[in-house]
Design a binder for this molecule. Structure first.
Ligand code: AFP
Length: 333
């Protein structure tokens, strides 16, 4: 059986696009390289005293972990040659990083959350890296703020029992698993389809007191007993959006992080450009859906780099139901 590595799959996919320059292919392969490096650092972090706080805070006012900073550095370095990228923005950097040598020529701009679920780092929980690729346009910070449907590619790397890379370029969603003995990501699922409905929901109910009545009613509805509609749903919340979305990609269901009027997060917690947009692109390409509760996430543009947005993402059935409850319409008759 011939092995389909990430690089081979990307190069074969490129052949379907005669006008392709090969630059996007090279760029996507680099995320594979960055994923391997971050996986290696995570595996030995406890042995190398790289767990714990970096005693710095990021632009969101959140404490940075040593591995947040290390993962960010690995990603920046991974694209600092080959002239593919002109600028990059990250959850861990206040301002975009401009690659001096290619600021005028690099075709692409990147946005990433280097270490999603960093509250899981010190307890060996699920973690992820989320990435979004855009055309550089005029190479300014403003070029990064466009609507989610301007993304060229997006995906995530999941660090769990296995390291998994999932990406889309707008032609379906492809899933690869890292074979540590080969040091290669191997194709495990091509053109992944998300089930139209699921049995699980992922939300931090600890914030319920700050939610809008429609969101509270939706959550109560999922927990009621009614086998005909597959209820009650089971709670599956890992503390890492990437971990929760990966489960939903394979099993269906819904993850939501609503606006929270009481904890100073009137727009929720998640960042639109490097958490919501890329995962919405993946979800929709797999047949799922992503909404703010009111609008399609991919139609939303940002005014600010680290802007937040409420998010409901997952199977079409549950996200549509969530939007009904947010509109105050309750469940279908
Ligand atoms: P961190 O990376 O700061 O831990 O945030 C993770 C996250 O963005 C997302 O992955 C989780 O689902 C969510 O926030 C967890 O937030 P709560 O701790 O408020 O539940």
């Amino acid at each position: 059986m011939s092995l389909v590595t990430l690089d081979r799959f990307i190069l074969q996919s490129e052949q379907a696009h005669p006008a392709a320059t090969g630059e996007l292919s090279q760029l996507l392969m680099r995320f594979g390289l960055a994923g391997k490096q971050i996986a290696r650092e995570l595996a030995v972090a406890g042995l190398r005293k790289e767990l714990g706080s970096a005693h710095t805070t990021n632009v969101q006012g959140e404490e940075q972990k040593k591995l947040d900073v290390l993962a960010n550095e690995i990603l920046l370095e991974t694209f600092d040659y080959g002239g593919l990228v002109s600028l990059a923005a990250s959850e861990e950097m206040d301002e975009p990083f401009f690659y001096t040598r290619t600021a005028e020529t690099g075709r692409y701009a990147l946005l990433f959350d280097p270490m999603d679920g960093s509250s899981n780092i010190d307890v060996n929980g699920t973690l992820g890296t989320i990435f979004s690729v855009r055309n550089r346009k005029d190479g300014s910070e403003e070029a990064l703020l466009g609507a989610g449907n301007e993304q060229v590619a997006a995906g995530y790397i999941l660090f769990g029992p296995a390291t998994i890379l999932v990406y889309t370029c707008g032609d379906g969603v492809h899933l690869f698993t890292l074979d540590p003995s080969l040091g290669e990501f191997l194709l495990t699922k091509d053109t992944v389809r998300m089930p139209a409905r699921g049995r699980g929901f992922a939300v931090n109910e600890g914030h319920v007191s700050g939610w809008a009545p429609g969101v509270r009613a939706f959550t109560e509805y999922l927990k009621e007993k009614d086998p005909e509609t597959g209820r009650p749903y089971s709670t599956r919340y890992s503390g890492s959006l990437v971990g929760d979305l990966h489960r939903i990609l394979l099993e269906g269901g819904i993850y939501y992080y609503p606006a929270d009027a009481l904890s100073g997060k009137p727009q929720g917690k998640l960042r639109l450009l490097y958490e919501c947009h890329p995962l919405a692109f993946v979800a929709e390409q797999a047949g799922g859906r992503a909404s703010s509760g009111v609008e399609r996430i991919l139609d939303l543009a940002a005014e600010k780099l680290h802007q937040r947005s409420p998010l409901a993402i997952g199977s079409v059935t549950e996200v549509a139901l969530y939007e009904r409850f947010v509109r105050g319409e309750g469940p279908p008759e």
